[in-house]
Design a protein around this ligand. Structure first.
Ligand code: UGA
Length: 473
């Protein structure tokens, strides 16, 4: 099938490359000419495992191309996927101006009728507005436009895998021809015959055939917001339990393990720490809150989840201050900048908030991340960027673990201890084993884990005083 992709962000680029991978002829477009130049030159504007090889292979096979001429892409596609950004406005609402712009472009540039598919995350009822906009902008055209919603559930860091092996595909349609077309597009994935790809031979999980859910357009739009907001609530719940554990002397890792074994709860998204970041969960819960408010629905559950998340850095810094007394002039190493591992994305990353706060306190900040240094340098040009974790540890009075990259777990920790001025590790993601760290001579503070004096056979009973008080005495 001939497919056009409007917008080469994470969703657009991964979707376009993977749709080419399963046999379609795809033209990806973006009005950012620099991005398109990078792609045409064989580079990628983002770091995403497996994406490079899929793009290279499909460009070589003639199934995938890139253009800054969005009209050219529109004319190529029988089906046009809208993958433009929907960033948050000041009041939390999603900014839909790029969707409106896409509607105008499609209506004006189309030379034949199109199925227009929303893949960007949009609030409910956007499909209706898009249908109206296409009719208005295309009122002088003899072409017709049908709108469908096909929300994307891929996660950064595992995006290619998620696209080719999804748990479910949701298509929101208002007529049968649209359903038939979308079924045909996804047939190779639904039949799990996604053409031979390197992932199949390597890390590819053999999964059951994904479910295809055909819904109304409104439901499809709501499903996406409902999922992301639920995930956000789950993470904030884990963080709430972590705070109770810290104050009352239980171990959140033990509690979450037991909770996760209940199939009604499940283990995913129960990792406490510095909270959820990235360009999806924080903005989607905000937009969903606004949607609920406008609908007159009580959204206090969502507001609380958002508030708990916003306070994670405060909480972490309060703990840091108890260990370090003051942060001024302290040399502090930060390990991890991306909002989660296996990506270079720092949008709404907890590390960005944390570094800003450390600088306000006049700490000397030294940072390292395997992939996200270049993007962070644009935001914080004046801090020290280490060549590796060891350089960041050198002379530091505390090392903060902010993103749980696997490679940090495997560092030579005795060497780190010998390099640090004070061997204090503040583990914002519970990446390391606290007991092993203490045995190695570190001072260690995880999240929702009682302090070291309560560990081991001679441990004191869990202390009831708040952590702050315990650390002071
Ligand atoms: C999220 C959703 O998981 C995807 O299903 C969705 O398609 C995507 O948004 C989107 O809307 O495009 P993503 O933003 O890539 O995916 O990242 P997540 O894996 O959801 O992680 C989000 C944040 O939550 C990260 O900062 C991560 O560190 C944090 N997190 C995650 C926790 O703090 N604890 C957890 O247990 C899990």
């Amino acid at each position: 099938m001939q497919i056009a992709i409007l917008g080469c962000g994470y969703v657009g680029l991964v979707s376009g490359a993977c749709l080419a991978e399963i046999g379609h002829s795809v033209v990806c477009s973006d009005n950012d000419e620099g991005k398109i130049r990078t792609l045409i030159a064989g580079g990628l504007p983002i770091y995403e495992p497996y994406l490079s090889e899929i793009v290279t292979r499909n460009v070589a096979a003639g199934r995938l191309s890139f253009t800054a001429d969005l009209g050219e892409a529109v004319r190529h596609g029988d089906v046009v996927f809208i993958c433009v950004g929907t960033p948050p406005l000041q009041d939390g609402d999603a900014d839909l101006s790029a969707i409106d712009g896409a509607a105008r472009l499609i209506a004006v540039e189309a030379r034949s009728s199109k199925l227009v598919v929303e893949k960007s995350t949009v609030p409910m009822q956007t499909g209706q507005k898009l249908t109206r906009a296409l009719a208005i902008y295309g009122r002088n055209s003899k072409n017709s436009f049908t709108v469908a919603s096909n929300p994307e559930f891929l996660r950064e860091g595992t995006a290619v895998l998620d696209f080719l092996h999804p748990d479910r595909i949701v298509i929101g349609v208002s007529d049968e021809p649209a359903e038939t077309k979308l079924r045909e597009i996804y047939r190779p994935i639904l039949e799990q015959s996604a053409l031979p790809c390197p992932i199949h031979q390597r890390d590819c999980p053999t999964k059951d055939t994904p479910a295809l859910l055909v819904t109304s357009i409104n439901s499809a739009e709501l499903i996406k917001h409902a999922c992301n907001s639920f995930l956000a609530v789950k993470i904030s719940y884990a963080n709430l339990i972590a705070d109770i554990c810290e104050k009352m002397g239980a171990d959140v890792e033990e509690v979450m393990r037991a909770m996760g074994l209940d199939p009604r709860i499940g283990p995913a998204f129960l990792r406490p720490g510095l909270g959820f970041g990235g360009f999806c969960l924080p903005k989607d819960i905000q937009a969903f809150i606004r949607l609920g408010e406008k609908a007159g629905v009580d959204v206090s559950l969502l507001r609380s989840a958002e508030l708990i998340n916003k306070r994670r850095i405060d909480h972490f810094l309060t703990n840091a201050t108890h260990w370090l007394w003051t942060l001024k002039d302290k040399r502090i190493g930060v390990l991890g900048l991306s909002f989660k591992p296996n990506t270079d994305d720092i949008r709404f990353a907890p590390a960005v908030d944390l570094i800003g706060r450390l600088l306000q306190e006049h700490a000397q900040v030294r940072v390292y991340d395997p992939e996200a240094m270049a993007k962070t340098r644009e935001l914080f040009p004046a801090i020290h960027y280490g060549a590796d974790a060891y350089e960041v540890a050198e002379g530091s009075e505390a090392l903060m673990i902010v993103t749980e990259w696997d490679s940090f777990r495997d560092l030579d920790w005795p060497r780190i201890r010998s390099l640090m001025q004070r061997p204090l590790v503040l583990d914002g993601r519970n990446l390391l084993n606290g007991k092993e760290m203490v045995a190695m001579g570190f001072e260690y503070q995880g999240v929702g884990i009682p302090p070291a004096e309560t560990w081991g056979p001679n441990a004191a009973q869990p202390v009831e005083a708040p952590l702050a008080q315990r650390l002071r005495t």
